[in-house]
Design a binder for this molecule. Structure first.
Ligand SMILES: [Zn+2]
Length: 119
């Protein structure tokens, strides 16, 4: 399962940060999941909850925030959200100026945004 390997990577980061901060326990974990990341939040949550057992984040609460897909047009500099786009299969051209020079600036990645700990 895709989510399980992502959770395993996430725990590597959590444990690293927790030990840097000399934490005795992690109480809350907040992650940002991009709409385009391919991660299913509910699967991610259940993978998290089974993985956390026996780790420093044993009793940590997981908060998930979904980040919307956003593009930036290199020609006119405007930000493009999916609601600006009529077709679901966005053709990667700017709806404002028609340029094809658009770049995905958010919505693909999964980040650990915040960690709450007790020392
Ligand atoms: Zn444009």
């Amino acid at each position: 399962m895709h989510e399980l390997s992502i959770v395993a990577d996430l725990f590597t980061i959590i444990e690293e940060k927790a030990s840097q901060a000399k934490a005795s326990r992690v109480t809350k974990v907040r992650v940002l999941i991009g709409e385009l990341s391919g991660v299913v939040p509910e699967l991610f949550r259940s993978a998290f909850n089974s993985y956390k057992k026996g780790t420093i984040a044993d009793r940590a609460r997981l908060e998930i925030k979904i980040t919307k897909v956003k593009f930036r047009c290199q020609s006119c500099g405007r930000e493009i959200r999916t609601r600006d786009i009529s077709a679901p299969d966005f053709s990667h051209s700017c709806p404002f100026c028609g340029s094809k020079e658009v770049e995905l600036i958010s919505g693909r990645d999964l980040y650990l945004e915040k960690l709450e700990i007790e020392t």
